[in-house]
Design a protein around this ligand. Structure first.
Ligand SMILES: [Zn+2]
Length: 410
């Protein structure tokens, strides 16, 4: 029946497996590929018009006046296509006619933005506007020089794309975890955590000097975000992109691959689990309830401390699908349990984990995915941080514009 062009897909952010509907059940049953739609809400596009007034809502359901509504211009009534409710136009629509349509009824305007001069007029808008987007980067340094170079330049590009007020933090890890205090720009100041032992949230905060006064109740917005970033954790570890870009760029220039010697025939000691624990603890103390994102960039499997998925000995292969099926993956259950706890912590804090993994072998997404899934994060797997799969996906998180995922610009 109705066909949707490629241009329309870009504007509406909807892509369907079929662009023509089956008209009967028999026709529908003959579709080898079922009808499905992928939807990207809040997608920006230069051709989406902005209307400077509030939308008209259906009296009984939550739908809005749109080009698919039937309109009786004489009676000044519109019929909701979802619930068939007949709605009277309000007084300020009295001039409406077939030749004088409001923007939201133009047939080509299937998606419109409403810009409200008084945001208080819209009920149920959850996110307060004063909280900027927050990104805590967690970078694996157990990789070859070339890969670290790729990921560093991707990071620098990303930070350059962020809005000035976005809060940025940086954690690097290998055999140990390093939390970088970006607010201390004179010399580089780093807090080091052992990667071999599980660490509680309280221990993390204690070591970072965020115990007691620095800690805030889960669910409350830190006052520091609104008035000059007064919270000590925020001013020390999570800074506005415009304030820390220089520090972070020079830090990345100096950052080397993990310096701990890797024994012949062994895997690098990589403590991904502890690194995520520390990152979650830091965000929980500084910015609970803000939708902050941990962006983890991982180059191989966790081999050190909690969350380990394979032994350090290279002759011991990473578990396969068969091993998981046969319940013959000795590290699996324990690792999943560990990541389930991190997932619980992050969900209660209102934070997200995005995982960018790059390696020819496995990195342990099967174990870690519980955190990403429960927090609504993203996973991107590539064979190299120099590959366009990684580079383009990574850029889309931070950039503004049509290709953007809209995570850093609201
Ligand atoms: Zn309705």
């Amino acid at each position: 029946m109705s066909e949707m062009g490629a241009d329309q897909e870009g504007i509406d952010g909807v892509r369907m497996t079929w662009n023509v509907w089956p008209r009967t059940k028999v026709e529908a049953s003959k579709c080898v590929i079922p009808i499905a739609a992928s939807v990207s809400p809040i997608r920006s596009h230069p051709d989406i018009p902005t209307l400077p007034y509030a939308p008209l809502r259906c009296k009984t359901c939550i739908s809005l006046l749109n080009p698919f509504c039937r309109v009786d211009f004489a009676a000044k009534i519109w019929i909701c296509p979802f619930c068939f409710q007949r709605n009277h136009f309000p007084h300020h629509y009295s001039m409406i006619s077939e030749s004088n349509l409001p923007g939201e009824l133009y047939p080509q305007y299937t998606t419109v933005e409403y810009s409200l001069s008084n945001p208080g007029a819209v009920p149920d808008v959850a996110a307060p506007q004063s909280i900027p987007p927050v990104f805590l980067f967690v970078l694996d340094t157990c990789m070859i020089e070339e890969e670290l170079g790729f990921v560093k330049s991707a990071l620098k590009r990303a930070i350059g794309l962020l809005p000035e007020n976005a809060l940025v933090g940086f954690v690097s890890f290998g055999t140990q975890v390093q939390v970088h205090e970006l607010g201390f720009s004179e010399i580089s100041k780093v807090y080091v955590f052992r990667g071999s032992k599980e660490i509680s949230k309280d221990q993390v905060l204690e070591q970072l000097g965020l115990g007691g006064a620095g800690r805030r109740a889960v669910g409350g917005y830190p006052k520091g975000v609104q008035n000059g970033y007064a919270s000590s954790g925020v001013t020390r570890f999570l800074l506005p992109a415009s304030d820390c870009e220089y520090t972070l760029n020079s830090l990345l220039d100096e950052l080397q691959t993990d310096q701990w010697a890797v024994q012949p025939g062994h895997r690098a000691l990589r403590c991904t689990g502890v690194a995520l624990s520390v990152a979650a603890g830091l965000l929980g103390a500084c910015l609970p309830g803000t939708g902050a994102r941990i962006i983890a960039l991982v180059g191989g499997p966790c081999t050190e401390g909690p969350g380990t998925i394979v032994s350090k000995d290279l002759s011991d292969p990473v578990r396969s699908h068969k091993d998981l099926d046969k319940d013959a993956a000795p590290y699996f259950k324990k690792a999943v349990q560990f990541y389930e706890n991190i997932a619980k912590q992050m969900v209660s804090q209102g934070h997200v984990l995005d995982l960018f993994a790059s390696a020819l072998d496995q990195v342990g997404v099967a174990e870690m995915k519980v955190v990403v899934e429960r927090t609504g994060g993203l996973v991107v797997l590539a064979e190299s941080f120099g590959h366009s799969v990684f580079k383009d996906s990574f850029k889309r998180i931070f950039e503004e514009g049509e290709q953007s995922l809209g995570l850093s610009f609201k």
